[in-house]
Design a binder for this molecule. Structure first.
Ligand SMILES: NC(=O)C1=CN([C@@H]2O[C@H](COP(=O)(O)OP(=O)(O)OC[C@H]3O[C@@H](n4cnc5c(N)ncnc54)[C@H](O)[C@@H]3O)[C@@H](O)[C@H]2O)C=CC1
Ligand SMILES: O=C(CO)COP(=O)(O)O
Length: 334
């Protein structure tokens, strides 16, 4: 059987890292809008802006021509941030072959519609099988050759097993899961908790505080995730607790970094202006707070992160406000 051809859309840190993983197993072409990035990947096998220390596989080929990548792809993998996701889908739609699976790497929600990225794909390209690759996967560590685990989530159990083979390799263990909603929301919602934990670090909080925030954070993202149709047990797995831990404890996490800087008293615009890469939690915080209200779910940590990002409270006020909240039972009964 001939090898599957994968088209990877997005030449940032995670798109490039995932393309490099796929290149171990099958043919992959990466589309990036920047000519400089494409030339650098093809000529020097690096992408220094996003992965400064990494050497990319020599069989990873990049293009600026979207049609060249999409029109031959048996599988499409979307690695652009949520705020350009639909726009890029619209651009590539005319070239997509019928019924090919489309996998999202993106950990954000669409502002305005509040949709998950797999829902955006289903809207723009109805009929294609959709899924997500998500888990505790900091791009730089994976490119440094560190072991990691991830999850490919799709409803169709035959397609998911075929796709598992294109992502899985020695040090990158890829499990399957059929809870697309739970897995996808875990990746989105943990970003906001990572901002909260970072805020605590920036304010000088200790490890007990960090642990409390992570654990209570998990409780609140699970509440929303279950209300939106995910399974509770998904949130204690790699795509929930696993990704929360990686993102909340790592200085490599961009969301954690935003939180630390907010905790030091800096303004959100200044922090974002100094960053080359995306921190999805900043954009999804208002959407998550809106969803929590719609589903009648209490999310005090997300609420306070949103207040700080919106400039209505300082990180210090929010942090100590959280501690002043009424304490209830740890585990709520229905
Ligand atoms: N970096 C990481 O460790 C991980 C990132 N993710 C998720 O992957 C998604 C992408 O993140 P990163 O690659 O890290 O972001 P990044 O900030 O490193 O790169 C984003 C890339 O998207 C491109 N882009 C932005 N708007 C575009 C547009 N309109 N058209 C074409 N290209 C566009 C940028 O040029 C850049 O190449 C995010 O949702 C993130 O949460 C998920 C797991 C790990
Ligand atoms: O999702 C990630 C790790 O799993 C990356 O997190 P950041 O976007 O915060 O860097």
């Amino acid at each position: 059987m001939s090898k599957l051809k994968v088209g990877l859309i997005g030449g940032g840190s995670w798109g490039t890292a995932v393309a490099s993983l796929i290149a171990k197993n099958t043919d992959v072409s990466l589309w990036a809008r920047s000519k400089e990035t494409v030339t650098e990947i093809n000529k020097r096998h690096t992408n220094k802006k996003y992965l400064p220390d990494a050497v990319l596989p020599s069989n990873l080929v990049a293009h600026t021509d979207l049609r060249a990548v999409v029109s031959v792809a048996d599988v499409l993998v979307m690695g652009v941030p949520s705020n350009s996701f639909r726009d890029v889908l619209k651009q590539l739609r005319p070239f997509v072959r019928p019924w090919i699976p489309i996998i999202s790497l993106t950990k954000g929600l669409e502002s305005g519609t509040d949709l998950r990225m797999t829902e955006v794909i289903q809207g723009e390209l109805p009929g294609h099988p959709v899924g997500v690759l998500t888990g505790p996967n900091l791009a730089r560590e994976i490119m440094a050759g560190q072991a990691a685990a991830s999850v490919i989530a799709m409803v169709d159990d035959i397609i998911v097993q075929e796709l598992q083979k294109i992502f899985n390799s020695g040090l990158f263990r890829v499990y399957t899961n059929d809870d697309v909603i739970g897995c996808e929301l875990g990746g989105v919602l943990k970003n906001i908790i990572a901002i909260a934990v970072g805020m605590g670090i920036g304010l000088g909080a200790g490890d007990n505080t960090r642990s409390a925030l992570i654990t209570r954070g998990l409780a609140e993202i699970t509440r929303l995730g279950v209300a939106m149709g995910g399974r509770a047990e998904t949130f204690s797995g790699l795509t929930g607790m696993g990704d929360m831990l990686a993102t909340c404890i790592s200085a490599q996490s961009r969301n954690h970094h935003v939180g630390v800087e907010l905790g030091k008293g800096r303004h959100i615009e200044d922090i974002i202006n100094d960053m080359v890469m995306v921190a999805e939690g900043v954009k999804s915080a208002p959407t998550v707070v809106k969803l929590a209200a719609r589903y009648g779910v209490e999310m005090p940590i997300a609420h306070d992160v949103h207040e700080v990002i919106a400039g209505r409270r300082t990180a210090e006020q929010a942090f100590y406000g959280l501690l002043k909240r009424k304490v209830g039972a740890e585990i709520e009964s229905d």
